[in-house]
Each structure stands twice: as structure tokens, then as C-alpha cells.
Design a protein around this ligand. Structure first.
Ligand code: SF4
Ligand code: SF4
Length: 301
């Protein structure tokens, strides 16, 4: 039985493709974007988050934990401990739901059953199911099985990808994917490596390969102040995307700070803690760059 690890299932989403959608977030991503807004999706393993504003410092988590209870150290059990085996006892013991598990294993039939609950909304709105992450292609067999199951049910499917995956996996899911939401972050290879932890070479090659077999691709550009919002960077992305057949829309996604709190909840740091979102004026200027390149560019989406 095909199993996958997901960390969220968001119903009534209107940001991840056409209509009303259910977005499934698969765990694991090969990139380490410094501005990531879903850092709980980076690791392929389960993780614990702590919502500090809910914690009443009762220490029930430490008392319940098989590794924490025997320690002399006092204080709230931290989010990260390499000895943690994710038994969930600290979460069950917490009286204020201050501890959360990111990551649950599901089979394809279990997930499909959840997705089918919203079929009426998909049908009435022209929506469907979006597989996102993390990076959904980091679990290629599971992703393919979910997409096949959705198509068997006549559900519109979208895959939201960073593009960093084996080309054969990208091409394997293409026949079962109605729409690709394909991220392009930076054309400059060295700076892409610096800010995401990986080269963009395969990402760009995969987009070209995908465009050879698929004609419904929306490019997503996260606009990150100080990273890729300079006109020269956006123009380079527009030139590249504009030359790809099958690209029918560009979504410019303004950086927002929601990920900063999540990094903190995971016990991780982010260098973007003080970075403000881009102004409306700079987003309009970014859109104009893509429009001048002849593209249907939109802010958000
Ligand atoms: S999940 Fe289990 S092992 Fe991990 S911190 Fe909680 S109680 Fe301890
Ligand atoms: S059990 Fe929950 S509320 Fe109590 S100290 Fe632990 S995290 Fe905080």
C-alpha cells in the first residue's frame, strides 16, 4: 500500500489554482529557501512545533516524555531533541495544545477519502486538488498514486513544485496533472545557490522538458526583498519564462512573514526575521516587468 507523509491539508483554498481547492502539503523539500513560509515542510520526517503563546509552563510535556522525564533539567520540553522518537506522548499530555506534530502518514485511499469530502465545491467552482509541500515530487511514487486516484475520480489536479526533482519524475506525473504551479526564484545561479541551498540548473532544465509535454503551466515568483526584487533579476526571470511554451500565467507572490513564526516554533533560526514584505509599489513594478515581456502577470494567486 502506497504511503506518504503530509503535514497539512487545507480545505477551501483559493490561492493554489483555479476555483475552490483542497491543498495537500507533502513533507520534504530539496531546497532550503531562507524565506520559506512552510519550514515544517522541509524535513521529510515528522517534527514538533511549540506555540509559545499557548504554553502555560505546566511541564506536563516533560513529565510525559520518555526521554525528558528522567532528566534533572527543568523547563518546557524543547521542539527539537535528537533523541525524540515522535511517540506523541508530550502532545497528548499538553493541556493547552501548545505542542503540535507536523507530519502524518496516510495511505492513498485514506487521503482520497478526505479529498472527496469536498467534491461538491470542486465541481461548483471549477476547482480541484492541489499537491504542494514541501516539494511534492520529493515523494514521487506517492504523488503519482494520489494524482492517478484523483483523475480516476474526475478531479482537476494541480502540482505546486519547486522544480528540483529527477526529470523522469516530473515527466511521469505530467499526464495526471491538469496544471503545474512552477516556482522560479532566481536566474543567477550563484545567488540561487546562496539563498536556496541548491543550483537552479536542473530546475530550469525541468521546466523546459515539462513544456515539451504540457501546456498548462503557471509560473510562481516569490518576490523577496533584497533577494530577487531588483529589476535586473525580474527581467531575467521574465525573459526566461516568456520563452517557455505552455506558460500561460505568472503569479508574483509577495514575501510575507508567516514563516518567521514557524521557524521559531520549530526551534530554528531564519535570517529573514527582520525582512519586511515588499511594498504595493514594488509589486506593481514587478508585474509591469512581466507584462512588458508579454505575459499575463498577476499579484498573488
Ligand atoms: S514525541 Fe515522545 S519522545 Fe518526542 S519529545 Fe514528545 S514525548 Fe518525548
Ligand atoms: S505541556 Fe504544553 S503547556 Fe505544559 S509546559 Fe509543555 S508545552 Fe507548555
Amino acid at each position: 500500500m502506497q504511503r506518504g507523509m503530509i503535514f497539512n491539508l487545507q480545505r477551501y483554498s483559493v490561492q493554489d489554482g483555479p476555483g475552490i481547492r483542497t491543498t495537500v502539503f507533502l513533507k520534504g523539500c530539496p531546497l532550503r529557501c531562507a524565506w520559506c513560509h512552510n519550514p515544517e515542510g522541509i524535513s521529510p520526517e515528522r517534527e514538533i512545533l511549540i506555540l509559545e503563546n499557548r504554553c502555560v509552563a505546566c511541564l506536563e510535556c516533560r513529565r510525559a516524555c520518555p526521554i525528558g522525564s528522567g532528566e534533572m533539567e527543568v523547563g518546557v520540553l524543547p521542539a527539537r531533541d535528537e533523541r525524540c522518537h515522535f511517540c506523541g506522548q508530550c502532545i497528548a499530555a499538553c493541556p493547552s495544545e501548545a505542542r503540535l506534530m507536523a507530519g502524518r502518514e496516510v495511505t492513498v485511499p485514506q487521503l482520497l477519502e478526505e479529498l472527496l469530502r469536498d467534491r461538491i465545491f470542486y465541481e461548483e467552482s471549477g476547482g480541484g486538488v492541489t499537491l504542494s509541500g514541501g516539494e511534492p515530487l520529493a515523494q514521487p511514487e506517492f504523488l503519482l498514486a494520489v494524482l492517478r486516484a484523483c483523475k480516476d475520480q474526475g478531479i482537476h489536479t494541480a502540482v505546486d513544485t519547486c522544480g528540483l526533482a529527477a526529470t523522469r519524475h516530473v515527466l511521469a506525473v505530467a499526464p495526471f496533472t491538469d496544471l503545474f504551479l512552477y516556482d522560479l526564484k532566481l536566474m543567477d545561479e550563484a545567488r540561487h545557490r546562496r539563498f536556496t541551498g541548491a543550483s537552479n540548473t536542473l530546475i530550469l532544465e525541468n521546466l523546459k522538458a515539462l513544456s515539451g509535454v504540457h501546456r498548462q503551466i503557471w509560473i510562481r515568483v516569490p518576490v523577496i526583498p533584497g533577494v530577487n526584487d531588483a529589476p535586473a533579476d525580474l527581467e531575467a526571470t521574465a525573459r526566461f519564462a516568456g520563452g517557455i511554451p505552455g506558460v500561460c500565467q505568472v503569479n508574483l507572490l509577495p514575501y510575507h512573514r508567516i514563516g518567521v513564526a514557524k521557524f521559531h516554533r520549530l526551534g530554528l533560526e531564519t535570517e529573514f526575521a527582520a525582512t519586511p514584505p515588499p511594498s504595493e509599489g514594488s509589486m506593481s513594478a514587478a508585474r509591469a516587468i512581466f507584462e512588458r515581456a508579454g505575459m499575463d502577470a498577476r499579484i498573488g494567486g
